[in-house]
Each structure stands twice: as C-alpha cells, then as structure tokens.
Design a binder for this molecule. Structure first.
Ligand SMILES: O=C(O)CCC(=O)C(=O)O
Ligand SMILES: [Fe+2]
Length: 344
C-alpha cells in the first residue's frame, strides 16, 4: 500500500486501482498524494515551466462553426471555415446546433448521477471485453497501461440503438431514456456535419457508379455507421501536475462529438504546443478521427489531445464516436487521389 495514503479497506492496491479513481478518491481517508501507479514520467506531465513544450498556450481560440449558418445561405462560406478548421486544427466547436440545451444538460447530469452510484452498481458493468455493449472501467487501456490515468469511464455501444438500449444501465431510472435521446440526436448532428465535411472535400456530388438512391455510398453507409458513446469521469486529484486524466491520443473514427461540462481539462496539440479548450456552455467540440484522416488522404488531420485534471473539481465529459460499420475497411477516397495527390 502506498505510504502516502490510507485506504479504508485492506484490499491490495493493485486490486483497488482496478476499481477506479472515484473509488480511490472516496476511500482515501487522507488522499493527499497521488499513488505511484498514477505518476507519469516528467516529460509527459503538464508543466507550468514556460520553457517546456508542455505548457499551455494562452488565449487560444478554436474555430467556431455556427450551425445555423451551415444550413442557411452562408453555407459556402461556412464550408470554407470547416475545411480550414479540419486542415489546420483537426478540431472545431459547433454552436447553435440542433440539439436542445435540455438534452445536452440531461446527458451530463444523468452520467454524473451514474458515477455517483455505489461501486457495486457501477461494477455490474466492469469487463475487459472490448465488444461488450456496456463497459465500465478505469484509466485509458486498463489491461495494458503501466501508469494509470485519473479517469473512470462508461462505454455504451449505440448502434443499432434499439438493440442496445435494453442492455444499458437501468440505474439511474432515467438513464436509458436520456442516453437514447442523446444518442439519436448526436447521430443526426453527426450525419449533418459529415455531409458538410464531404462537401467541403469536394466529394459530395455522387457520380454514376456510386449513386445509390440518390446518395453517395459513403453517406448511405454512415446511416448504418458504428456509434459508441463514452462518459468520462475525472475526480479531483490531490497532485494534478503528476498525472493525466487521459494521455495524448487520437480518436479512431470519422468524427467525435464531445460534450464537456464547465470544468476545463481538454488540451489539443497545436503547432507543437498543448492548448486548453475553454468550455462554451452547451456547445459541441467536434474532432477529426483517424478514419477521416485516412479517407481524406491526409488532408484533414486527426490531432492528438489529452485531458488534465485539477485539485478542486470533478469533471464529466461525454464523447460520441462515429465511424463506418466495424467490419468496413477505410481507404482514401478515390476522388481525392490524382497525380498531384498520390495515395499517402
Ligand atoms: O474528456 C475529454 O475532454 C476528452 C475525452 C476524449 O478525448 C475521449 O473520450 O476520447
Ligand atoms: Fe479523445
């Protein structure tokens, strides 16, 4: 047991750690130090030393896409901003989107209440099976991580939605209903943004071979796409500079729609530096995933991001990850390959 903390039950620390950081935080009578298991090497930690590359750039503004403009007469202008955001930042924020504030707030709230349930209730969904429809766990890759992250999560497979809803947590009582509405609405928002992204790449118009019921195959495939939702919970951390909520990673899919509460923590890599994304209430942060980078033949960038934790407040975020069906192969769009742009 690490000397710096006192844990109420006498289970071995390695087993304690598997139960997650929420449990650790609540069971540590005097959790004044971060256990060794969670301490990242100095080069990977966040830094306050201005000479180091890990210090956050101040006053960074992520491009903001006004969704109302995307579906209005300014569309071509907004498509240009969208292309610029995907090439230069790999991230943008969407405001005035079609999802009601109530739906967004309820999703954060119901997940907060899920993480507040007793461990026995949450532990019903603990599994290392990557294909489980519901998976509760901790860290980033629990079975592989040597250093653990200060994060617990709940992953929900969400397509086909009606197959999965009955398998999702039944507690809190309104969990399934709130999460199902959110899943439906984010899927719709994803499809609308994806259509705009294909148009911004100049590949929306269907050609003869690809025409199926008036749509490109790819757009049609997206209606049947894979959809996973991940709720992340980051409890307060006594020594936030020693650890991370999530290590640098990129997301696998085409697009991720990310919702964060009012507590900052998300950082993205921009021009070799980490920059903090300031939360805008009820806005979505959207990022390009690896599959879109491949599909766009490297034009749009899947950018590294990470999560910092803080001493004072817990933080909740929900990501909605969308891609083609899990059994599809992803390749660069033939329409983006020519002599000047060979397949990368
Ligand atoms: O919590 C966040 O802000 C980011 C979460 C994230 O990057 C992810 O779930 O892939
Ligand atoms: Fe991510």
């Amino acid at each position: 047991m690490p000397s710096a903390m006192t844990i109420k039950d006498d289970t071995a620390p390695e087993i304690q750690y598997q139960k997650g950081v929420k449990q650790l935080y609540e069971n540590g009578e005097v959790l004044q130090r971060v256990p060794k298991k969670y301490i990242f090497p100095p080069s990977e930690r966040s830094s306050t030393n201005k000479e180091e590359p890990n210090v956050a750039m101040q006053n960074f503004q992520l491009p903001i896409i006004d969704f109302a403009d995307l579906i209005g007469p300014n569309r071509s202008h907004v498509l240009q901003s969208l292309a610029n955001a995907c090439e230069k930042y790999g991230f943008f924020q969407v405001v005035n989107h079609s999802i009601a504030d109530e739906v967004v707030r309820s999703m954060l709230d119901v997940n907060e209440r899920f993480f507040d349930l007793p461990l026995e209730e949450r532990a019903k969904y603990m599994t290392t099976d990557m294909r489980a429809p519901v998976r509760y766990g901790t860290s980033f890759s629990q079975t592989k991580d040597t250093v653990f992250c200060w994060r617990d999560f709940l992953k929900l497979l969400s397509h086909p939605l009606s197959d999965f809803i009955p398998l999702w947590p039944s507690s809190p009582v309104d969990f399934r209903e709130v999460a199902a509405t959110y899943a439906e609405e984010t899927k719709h928002l994803f499809l609308t943004i994806m259509e705009a992204i294909l148009e911004s790449l100049g590949i929306k118009e269907s050609n003869k071979e690809e025409e199926t019921e008036g749509k490109d195959n790819i757009l049609k495939d997206f209606e049947n796409c894979s959809h996973m939702m991940v709720a992340n919970f980051y409890p307060p951390c006594p020594e936030p500079n020693l650890t991370l909520g999530m290590p640098p990673h990129s997301d696998y899919g085409f697009l991720t729609l990310l919702l964060q509460d009012e507590v900052e923590g998300l950082q993205i890599q921009f021009q070799g530096k980490w920059v903090t994304i300031q939360p805008i209430p009820n806005a979505f942060i959207v990022n390009v995933g690896d599959h879109l980078e491949i599909f766009s033949n490297g034009k749009y960038k899947s950018v590294l991001h990470r999560v910092l934790v803080n001493e004072m407040k817990s933080r909740v975020s929900v990501t909605s990850l969308h891609s083609l069906p899990f059994n599809c192969s992803i390749r660069p769009s033939p329409k983006l390959i020519n002599e000047e742009n060979p397949k990368r």
